[in-house]
Design a protein around this ligand. Sequence first.
Ligand code: KIV
Length: 266
Amino acid sequence: MNLKIKKILSKKNKTKIVSLTAYSESITKIIDKFCDIILVGDSMANVLYGHNNTHKITLDNIIQHTLSVQKGIKKSLLVVDMPKGTYSNPEKALKNASLIMKKTKCDAIKLESNKVNFKIIKILVKKKIPVMGHIGYTPQFKSKFKLEGVNKKESGNLLREAKLIEKAGAFSIVLECITPNTAKLITKNIKIPTIGIGASLFCDGQILVTDDMLGLSGFYPKFVKKYADLNRIIEKAVKKYTRDVIFNNFPKKKHHLNGTKFRKKK
Ligand code: KIV
């Protein structure tokens, strides 16, 4: 087994698992030293491409962004989302997951559960492709946002789903937008780690979309804690630059290229 995956598994019931998303080398370089898992999520559809759902992200989009992330990663486990429609049957899933693994050299893939695709996980794992599951609110299969696990029946169904994913061989499961009680129930009753997003602190780890927690995406649902306000910081910087250009305050002599060194000292 991949040593990084072994490490993630060993954290269950001991230390929390820290995860974030990334789509490029520059952000990856910053977050890698703090993260256990970096996910190249299909949330790039909303965050980077301005779509109102994740459905139009292609295999090529995911592969290209993962190649960029791969350049910046040193220690985190690199997990890649399989786009909608790329794992709709076992043959397709195996072909596309193998392609992602081969082209990007990532550590694992993630796929969303549609309550029947456990066999696909089993086939991928048998072929030595590590899989992360994803239950609760699954944007590829559900058009409307809804909190999941709100009553006994839903809770029981989610626990059953999680157990089937575990049995199929997945090494962890994302729990998205699930009530605290249900997240606790699932986390207690499966041996693989749960990674929550909008699923309370009863999960074994947490994941957020990096652009959301940095205040860059403009998307801040209740479960997102905004750790910075990059929108405001960028706006301020660009405003200053604009003023400098208009009033001839930039470039200054020290920025001129006239035979001296091209790069300035850091
Ligand atoms: O695409 C994504 O970023 C995700 C996370 C929200 C878990 O699936």
